[in-house]
Design a protein around this ligand. Structure first.
Ligand code: ASP
Ligand code: MG
Length: 418
């Protein structure tokens, strides 16, 4: 079996959905499982719905309306005849969502988040499955929540591999086209959970692992994995081959093409991951598999903006010892600050972190009791894997470098915009 993942950008409008059909015609669809994300920016739009819901904002109705209108337009563009059963199916899903918003009693933000945001994927896959059937590709729509079981850590749920493996081995039908939702799962009580933003790649990997799939293909609007983001770097080149290990390193440093959790299950079973263009599906794209580290062997650039550089030093010139470091790390963990770089000397300790949840002020108050805390906001972290002088020069040129760290394969540079 092959597992294909189509992300939000690939199904953002009727053209995109027709294109999925074209891709399937070209590359085959028998014995295939499609994992699909919410259409376009639907997840973000549903996040607005959740915000309005919790703020009891009068805008709630119109934010729901917006999501409806967007999907309705896609339906009208796809199906000439509004008698098609898909109209009623999508309508029913929106009614479910509205029912939930009207009757929910839970004050738990993360719980509500998952119940609401999941409609993005439920609806996208409903539309896609009806369209395939309409085009005479017989498909089986499957509700991923009956397959991927997780704990109840809403918004970042952990997969229960044993249960998931059992469900998938027993119930996924082979020799046909299956369509299911990325990003979602369900807990012990069958409440919807999600695997973390951009989690659909991971869903594809979970299915591939449990099905012993032949491969996973992530279909993208770029030709494959590039050695740099073409938006920020001239002369970005396509990488033909990356080893699992190198891909894990790149994802670790923040390369966004592949969701970090995705690679581990694939690597375990040596299932190759292809990243290909949904515009030119017959081109080879990038293969992540067992094999050479990187081909062609080029420096790879990863840029992370909006970072926070924190330096801690001891108040009394004493050494920063292991127990301090471990305490600092557990605090970062507790406050959900993601550490992207570490540098330490005898009496100081610097980290570059991402403060997605705006927790730094609170943490700073705690740290300041024990350490002298200095910090710079809005810094940019550049990571260059397989660096050379020219690559470093490209990054440093015209920038204010405030920290630099070099290991055998990796150079990291923190800059502040001047
Ligand atoms: N729709 C979800 C998100 O935007 C999951 C995904 O796209 O992978 O985060
Ligand atoms: Mg998405």
């Amino acid at each position: 079996m092959r597992v294909f993942k189509f992300g939000g950008a690939s199904v953002k409008d009727a053209e995109g959905i027709k294109n999925v059909y074209d891709v399937l015609q070209k590359v085959g669809y028998e014995d295939v499982l499609l994992v699909v994300s919410a259409m376009g920016k639907t997840t973000n739009a549903l996040e607005v719905v959740i915000k309005d819901y919790f703020e009891k904002s009068s805008a709630l109705q119109s934010s729901v309306q917006e999501v409806k209108k967007y999907h309705n337009q896609i339906l009208l563009d796809l199906f000439e005849d509004d008698k098609n059963a898909v109209f009623a199916a999508v309508k029913a899903q929106f009614s479910d969502l509205e029912y939930f918003l009207a009757h929910n009693k839970s004050p738990n933000y993360n719980f509500v988040y998952d119940q609401v945001v999941s409609y993005g994927e439920l609806i996208s896959t409903t539309i896609l499955a009806h369209f395939m059937n309409h085009m005479d590709i017989k498909t089986e729509w499957i509700d991923v929540r009956n397959f991927i079981k997780t704990d109840a850590n809403y918004r970042d749920a952990t997969v229960d591999w044993d249960l998931t493996q059992k469900n998938i081995s027993k119930n996924v039908k082979r020799k046909m086209l299956n369509i299911t939702q990325g990003f979602l799962g369900s807990d012990e009580n069958n409440f919807t959970t999600t695997l973390g933003r951009e989690g659909s790649d991971y869903t594809a990997a979970i299915f591939a692992y449990c099905l012993n799939a032949e491969s996973v293909t992530i279909w993208k609007d770029v030709p494959g994995v590039m050695n740099a983001d073409p938006r920020y770097f001239e002369n970005a080149s396509l990488l033909n081959q990356i080893s699992y290990r190198e891909a894990i390193e790149l994802a670790f440093y923040g390369a966004t093409v592949i969701h970090p959790k995705t690679l581990q299950p694939l690597q375990k079973k040596e299932i190759p991951l292809y990243v290909k263009s949904f515009i030119n599906p017959l081109l080879k794209g990038t293969s992540v598999s067992k094999g050479v580290t990187l081909e062609p062997y080029l420096p790879c650039f990863i840029v992370k903006r909006d970072q926070l550089l924190i330096s801690l030093s001891s108040i009394d010139f004493s050494f920063i010892m292991e127990e301090n470091i471990s305490e600092i790390f557990s605090l970062f963990h507790e406050f959900k600050l993601k550490v992207n770089l570490i540098q330490n000397t005898a009496i100081s300790f610097s980290v570059c972190v991402e403060d997605k949840f705006d927790n730094f002020n609170e943490l700073n108050a705690i740290l300041s009791k024990k350490f002298k805390v200095d910090f710079s906001q809005n810094v940019t972290l550049y990571t260059i894997r397989h660096f050379n002088d020219a690559a470093a020069e490209t990054v440093e040129q015209g920038k204010n470098v405030i920290l630099k760290q070099i290991s055998t394969e990796t150079m990291q540079i923190v800059t502040s915009e001047n």
